[in-house]
Design a protein around this ligand. Structure first.
Ligand SMILES: *Cc1c(COP(=O)(O)O)cnc(C)c1O
Length: 426
């Protein structure tokens, strides 16, 4: 009996019967990983559901506020639900935070004052933060450095392991803030597990319990059954066009953690004295709430797609990170192509498999905020959304594609098989 999904892939997308057989084999191979992903999904789904029920979420919260946005109940309940799910005191979830980079910048500028020191304890932060901190780009643009904030960095050891000794040495009695990054970003390393994040935070707090620890949680939400706030992070930060938006949030970012720090961030985002009390939701609350409700499910779809893709490309002889059977802490799947043409082909096939702009052929370009040329595949309903299937890679050796997202597993599976088919045919 021919599988109908395979039949359609063969007739409509030219996937060979051999690849379809390999697809079946791979799905059997990764069944144990899928079972674990589904277990975490169901657990996180109940936690989100319970938070919505306990906060009395109701139709009236899907309101539309304008102007100052005073007493916007939809906005306020969204903050409460995020705080409850991430098991912390408070949260700031706003459509006025336009990206992950802005959320992180709000957090850094919200906490740090001139003369303070911030230490990056898990190596160089995400590319776009370099200009925020002032370790790249022109001076005079208002970076932390321009404001007299000192920066130190403790690199990861080979293999992506935190340098605990180095961290203890770098943190001092005056260290105001320590920042760590859960996801791999554009590095070929594993994402930090919650257990590792716990140890890093313990190393910081052991030397100085007053150091504010912020974790860049982009791409990490709902991958595990705990978040960095469960293991001592004072603040976590992320983007709503990644995991917690569930594919439905149209824009936004969040900061969650200790109440006093969240308030400092809110003062930075709006103005001192205004803080969390203003910000018209303009009808965005429903999408953000429904997206958060869907997020555990959506993240599981992404993860299954990532595991399938890893297993497929391992069979084809490529190096992957994480491996198909690795324990994951973010939704990113890196594949090492060692060849610019193969990286380009992979990204072009991800684009061709997308529901939106499937006819577009991506090329490498100088993307603002990034140092090297980047090729990006993004055929998303929400511009730049990377909880939707997307892939990108800096055009430098060893030509690694970073693939993430996918609102449905079937679409990711098709995309991976289209890329494999094209690469095998070359
Ligand atoms: C995506 C990402 C960011 C920046 O988010 P943007 O929304 O692209 O500005 C920061 N850190 C990590 C780890 C990310 O994955």
């Amino acid at each position: 009996m021919q599988n109908k999904f395979h039949q359609l892939m063969q007739t409509e997308y030219g996937i060979s019967p051999e690849l379809c057989r390999l697809c079946d084999e791979i799905e059997q191979q990764v069944a144990p990983q899928f079972a674990k992903i589904q277990e975490t999904r169901d657990y996180n789904q109940l936690r989100v559901l319970r938070a919505m029920q306990q906060n009395g979420l109701s139709d009236r919260h899907f309101n539309f506020s304008t102007g100052y946005g005073y007493d916007d109940i939809g906005r306020d309940i969204l903050d409460r639900i995020y705080a409850d799910v991430f098991r912390c005191e408070d949260a700031l979830v706003r459509s006025q935070i336009i990206s992950g980079t802005q959320a992180l910048a709000v957090c850094l500028f919200g906490i740090l004052r001139p003369g303070d020191t911030v230490v990056a304890v898990t190596g160089k932060p995400y590319d776009t933060l370099e200009e925020v901190i002032g370790i790249r780009g022109e001076s005079g643009q208002g970076s932390l450095k321009d404001f007299g904030v000192h920066y130190q960095q403790v690199d990861l050891l080979p293999g992506g392991i935190p340098d605990y000794e180095g961290i203890r040495k770098a943190i001092g009695p005056d260290t105001k803030m320590a920042i760590l990054q859960r996801s791999r970003g554009y590095d070929y390393r594993e994402a930090l597990s919650i257990e590792t994040i716990e140890k890093v935070i313990a190393a910081v707090k052991e030397v100085n319990p007053d150091t504010v620890v912020m974790c860049d949680n982009c791409y990490g939400e709902f991958v595990c059954d705990r978040e960095p706030t469960d293991v001592g992070a004072d603040l976590i930060v992320g983007s709503l066009i990644k995991n917690p938006g569930g594919g439905l949030a149209q824009t936004g970012g969040y900061i969650a953690g200790k109440k006093a720090y969240v308030e400092m961030c809110a003062s930075r985002l709006t103005a001192p004295g205004l803080g969390k009390h203003v910000g018209a939701s303009l009808g965005t609350s429903r999408g953000m709430l429904q997206g958060f409700y869907l997020a555990p499910h959506t993240v599981a779809e992404c993860l299954q797609g990532a595991v399938f893709t890893a297993a497929l490309f391992e069979r084809l002889g490529f190096d992957t990170s994480p491996k198909a059977d690795s324990v994951r802490s973010d939704i990113i799947q890196a594949i090492r192509f060692e060849d610019s043409k193969k990286l380009e082909t992979f990204c072009q096939m991800i684009q061709a498999a997308a529901p939106v702009d499937s006819f577009v052929v991506p090329e490498a370009w100088d993307m603002p905020g990034y140092e090297a040329q980047v090729i990006m595949a993004a055929g998303a309903f929400v511009q730049g959304s990377s909880i939707e299937l997307s892939a990108d890679g800096p055009m430098i050796p060893p030509y690694i594609a970073f693939m993430q997202g996918g609102l449905t597993y079937a679409n990711v599976k098709l995309a991976a098989l289209m890329a494999a088919s094209k690469l095998l045919g070359q």
